[in-house]
Write a protein that binds this ligand. Structure first.
Ligand SMILES: Cc1cc2nc3c(=O)[nH]c(=O)nc-3n(C[C@H](O)[C@H](O)[C@H](O)COP(=O)(O)OP(=O)(O)OC[C@H]3O[C@@H](n4cnc5c(N)ncnc54)[C@H](O)[C@@H]3O)c2cc1C
Length: 397
């Protein structure tokens, strides 16, 4: 993809942020009937490092299936009592994609599109006018487009009316001397590690081969830990649970994903569309974003093809899934029940594919009742009513 040098400042589409959602959108556009549109991507950096690894479940094919690093039919979940259970995923697959493979793949693909350019700068402002949108960058360059897709907008995570949790994690890719890992069965979640009040902690181990794996220590809580605490948990797990002593660390990853029920404005105006985490594509209850992004962007591209972009808004009925996520966050925040135990119950009392479907917001109401029945009902009921009460108060006071 050429870096913009000449001052052609009019575009059909500008994509603000060339990270996961921005590059996914431009890739999907390039595969559609809109592939000839003039598109500009603006980002203050070019992605050249393996800054993240995406794990996600999916039933359908994904535009990036051909570059997946791993794909599994089964996963293992370890509960709070350290009981292991292996689940056959049925129609679903658990997939792993390395950030650098994704960035390189999309960038190479875009080399064949002279109509798609990249501009390296920080975005200062995005504003809509009668029939176009203006984007101004830090060095005062002004661009215009018919539509702007924005993945740079920061969510408001300070509003005390919301539950503002963070999913924070440190990961290590380790290589062991001996063959240690079961290549075919990733440990998707292990809740059998020390838990703390008003938090949820788990470890996961995704094997790349018999002697290489990524291990990730993950916490859902309001505040980050000290660096020492992440390291201590990882090294304790390697030594005491995996019983590995001879290994070396090849790569490290650290990340923070918002888990918040803050109000998301996906369409701040007619021609500005927020995408990725900015557009609310991150599941507030799990932090998973990748797969949902591909599904949402597919719908956006289809609507653009039909020029029906205004029909994309999430219906009120579909928004009930946000209410479920808020309930879960409230249970953690108010320490109503151990969240690790809630996950134990969700997975042990329901088929795993139903849990995935529920977390993807694709269940029908009957299936949702079944899921709700498998949680600590009184405590979830209390959390649910606390949220409804708060919403009513905010609406009328
Ligand atoms: C380490 C890590 C691991 C993750 N693992 C998973 C996972 O396993 N599964 C999953 O589903 N999700 C995962 N996520 C969550 C989510 O998938 C990623 O955060 C994903 O990258 C979000 O895509 P995005 O496009 O919204 O944001 P980003 O990919 O962060 O893209 C935003 C882009 O905007 C640019 N930008 C921001 N502000 C400006 C500005 N003012 N001007 C110019 N450019 C700007 C940034 O440089 C960036 O390139 C992970 C996140 C992290 C951080």
């Amino acid at each position: 993809m050429p870096t913009l040098t000449s001052q052609n400042n009019m575009y059909d589409y500008i994509i603000c942020g060339g990270g996961m959602s921005g590059l996914s959108l431009v890739y999907q556009l390039s595969k559609s009937s809109l592939s000839k549109k003039n598109i500009l991507i603006i980002d203050h950096e070019r992605k050249t490092k393996n800054d993240r690894t995406w794990a996600f479940w999916e039933k359908i094919d994904n535009p990036f299936d051909e570059i997946l690093f791993k794909k599994w039919d089964k996963v293992k979940i370890v509960d709070t009592l350290k009981l292991e259970k292996t689940y056959d995923l049925g129609e679903y697959k658990y997939k792993l994609l390395k950030g650098i493979d994704f960035y390189d793949f999309v960038n190479k693909h875009l080399d064949d599109f002279p109509n798609i350019s990249f501009y390296l700068d920080t975005i200062d402002s995005i504003s809509e006018h009668t029939d176009n949108v203006t984007v101004i960058t830090k060095n005062k360059t002004k661009f215009e487009a018919e539509y702007v897709f924005d993945s740079t907008h920061q969510l408001d995570l300070k509003n005390s009316n919301n539950h503002n949790f963070l999913q924070h994690f440190k990961g290590l890719v380790i290589e062991t001397k001996e063959n240690t890992f079961e290549q075919d069965i990733p440990e998707m979640m292990n809740f059998g590690i020390p838990q703390k009040v008003a938090e949820c902690r788990f470890m996961y181990v995704l094997p790349f081969s018999k002697n290489t794996a990524i291990l990730e220590f993950t916490v859902f809580s309001e505040n980050l830990l000290s660096e020492k605490e992440y390291d201590q948990s990882l090294f304790d797990y390697i030594k005491n649970e995996l019983k590995i002593t001879d290994y070396r660390v090849i790569e490290e990853e650290f990340g923070v994903i918002p888990m918040s029920d803050t109000e998301i404005t996906e369409y701040p105006s007619k021609r500005i569309i927020r995408i990725g985490t900015s557009g609310g594509y991150t599941n507030p209850a799990t932090g998973y974003t990748f797969s949902n992004t591909q599904k949402k962007l597919k719908k956006i591209v289809e609507s653009l093809e039909k020029q029906h972009i205004d029909l994309l808004k999430t219906s009120i009925w579909q928004k009930r899934h946000n209410l479920y996520a808020s309930t879960l966050l409230n249970v953690i925040q108010e320490n109503r029940h151990s969240m690790a135990e809630v996950f134990d119950q969700l997975f042990s009392k329901n088929h795993i594919s139903l849990v995935f479907k529920f977390l993807d917001g694709e269940t029908n109401f009957r299936e949702e009742l079944k899921i709700m029945w498998s949680t600590p009902k009184v405590k979830f009921g209390m959390a649910f009513f606390a949220i409804i009460l708060k919403k009513l108060k905010n609406a009328f006071l």
